[in-house]
Design a protein around this ligand. Structure first.
Ligand SMILES: C[S@@+](CC[C@H](N)C(=O)[O-])C[C@H]1O[C@@H](n2cnc3c(N)ncnc32)[C@H](O)[C@@H]1O
Length: 506
């Protein structure tokens, strides 16, 4: 048995040995900048930040204490503090990447620049996305060593608490899969799924990343996992069309960081594109199938998930997360200043990743994501819905700037209605809310209904079925689900409904 399997303690996943598989010969793990690995680093002659043994133990117990505190802090959140094994697992994955896809010393020197350049392409210089970046080996290398690991860090916070309804034999379609980032994240962050027989179909317009991802997964799991993978070069429209056939329908469709790349030329509005996508996803799903869309925690990422949500509710899905309700999204309102995303601290990453991030001038203290998790309700005959595949040639960037989309207008109208009618009638009403912002310091003054105290107090924005709320005083992390009571007034600056948290007794 490969040494990569031992640590999972989940032998049933590995009973079907793959006799073809030959693991890489020698592998050492020494790349984690964490107290857990300091002793190992010392044995390799690497001097970490912790020079004395006493320091190591102090730091270790302090870290464990911090971790326990963090876990408690996030206990009501949809986010979960990553498991204590995660950093070592990620370091191991990075080691495997380095061994499977070695780079020549000349390319090693340019790696930080390549990472930086690819980051620009994915963010500020998006016109360059028209040329597929997977065609350049240096970008594949940069993605595998920087973007893949950081996406795994992000997903470590999201995946553990997702209510996935996968079972033996489930089929998962991962579109825009790249190097299989989402399936690898499922393996790392959902050990409960490892013993299931899952069939993954991973599609992308570029095949080099798909193949690299498949090799990486096979090597990491010792080639003996009970998950099967088909990698197919096809675009999103083709992939969903294939899955319309009754014998192919998916139980879960995942789109990871790819919606924001559906760009080039055409002028089809974002709204139309996402409307068609919602229908086409449903046609490719089993009746109770689920859809998971993850995007960067940017305005664009949030615009994509919240607009898709708008259409999904019309098409016939239940929104499982992040929303606590099925009403219009208050953050779709063009007047809303913030956007739906969740950010969290970067606690500990492998040393190889932190040094590459510093060298590429992209180090992070916090990371974020936007996401949407849907369940097919299958309430209408989807096959009778508009049969056109959506047009992938739409310039999303342009339309994301154009806030005047149908969904935005509807949300705005809704919000205005709430503004006029509901504020006072909501007084003392209770409601579930999802925290969607970091801590906001609010001056306690006489305009604030909460307090006459001139001191600054903590508050956070929350999403509710009645619109955006401002809970104050409050200090629970992003993603928390809480019960609140409206006080019948609005915050003058943001227009949010003012509320207080109801704290359960005992
Ligand atoms: C940022 S990468 C994300 C890869 C992976 N899902 C992840 O989260 O790391 C975006 C991926 O979407 C793919 N992509 C872009 N447009 C696509 C389209 N129209 N159809 C299918 N894949 C597409 C790109 O080739 C790329 O692999």
């Amino acid at each position: 048995m490969s040494k990569f399997n031992d640590k999972y303690g989940n032998k049933s996943a590995f009973h079907q040995a793959d006799s073809q598989y030959k693991p890489l010969k020698k592998r050492s793990i020494k790349a984690v900048a964490s107290p857990q690995n300091i002793e190992q680093e010392k044995s390799h002659g690497v001097e970490g930040e912790f020079k004395k043994k006493e320091n190591f133990f102090n730091v270790k117990s302090k870290n464990m204490h911090d971790l326990t505190k963090q876990r408690k802090f996030y206990s009501n959140s949809l986010l979960e503090v990553p498991s204590s094994n995660f950093t070592a697992d990620l370091a191991q994955l990075i080691n495997i990447i380095n061994e499977l896809f070695p780079i020549k010393s000349q390319h090693r020197r340019s790696l930080p620049n390549d990472v930086h350049e690819l980051s620009l392409i994915l963010t500020e210089e998006r016109a360059r996305l028209k040329t597929p970046y997977w065609a350049a080996p240096r970008f594949l290398s940069a993605y595998l060593r920087y973007f893949l690991p950081w996406n795994l860090v992000r997903l470590a916070w999201l995946f553990p608490k997702l209510d996935l309804s996968l079972k033996n034999g489930s089929t998962i379609l991962d579109c825009g899969s790249g190097p299989l980032t989402l399936p690898i994240a499922l393996w790392l962050h959902r050990p409960d799924l490892r013993s299931l027989k899952l069939n993954f179909v991973c599609t992308d317009t570029g095949s080099s990343a798909l193949e690299a991802g498949k090799q990486l997964f096979t090597e990491y799991t010792g080639g003996k996992s009970s998950w099967s993978f088909k990698t197919i070069r096809s675009n999103l429209g083709q992939s969903l069309a294939h899955f319309r056939k009754p014998e192919h329908k998916a139980d879960l469709i995942m789109l990871g960081n790819m919606l924001n790349e559906l760009s080039t030329g055409n002028r089809e509005p974002l709204d139309q594109l996402l409307g068609q996508l919602s229908v086409n996803l449903q046609k490719a799903l089993n009746p109770k199938g689920q859809v998971l869309v993850v995007e960067p925690g940017t305005r664009l990422g949030s615009k994509l998930t919240t607009n898709l949500r708008f259409h999904a509710l019309r098409t016939g899905y239940e929104v499982l997360s992040p929303c606590t309700h099925q009403e219009p999204c208050p953050l779709l309102d063009p007047a809303a200043r913030s956007w739906c995303h969740f950010s969290f601290p970067v606690l500990e990453v492998p040393r190889a990743l932190s040094s590459l991030s510093v060298a590429a001038k992209l180090e992070k203290q916090r990371a974020s994501l936007a996401f949407l998790f849907l369940q097919n309700k299958h309430i209408q005959d989807v096959d009778s819905l508009d049969d056109d595949y959506f047009d992938e040639d739409c310039d999303l960037e342009e339309y994301s700037e154009n806030l005047d989309c149908e969904a935005g207008q509807r949300a705005s109208a809704n919000h205005a209605t709430f503004n006029q009618k509901n504020t006072e009638s909501l007084k003392n009403k209770t409601c579930e809310a999802r925290i969607v912002s970091g801590k906001i310091l609010i001056p306690g003054n006489k305009d604030m209904a909460f307090t006459q105290n001139p001191k600054m107090i903590d508050g956070r924005y929350a999403c509710t079925s009645h619109g955006l709320a401002l809970i104050c005083p409050f200090n629970k992390p992003e993603g928390s689900k809480v019960t609140i009571r409206f006080i019948g007034e609005r915050d003058k600056k943001s227009g949010a409904l003012l509320a207080t948290e109801i704290i359960a007794k005992g």
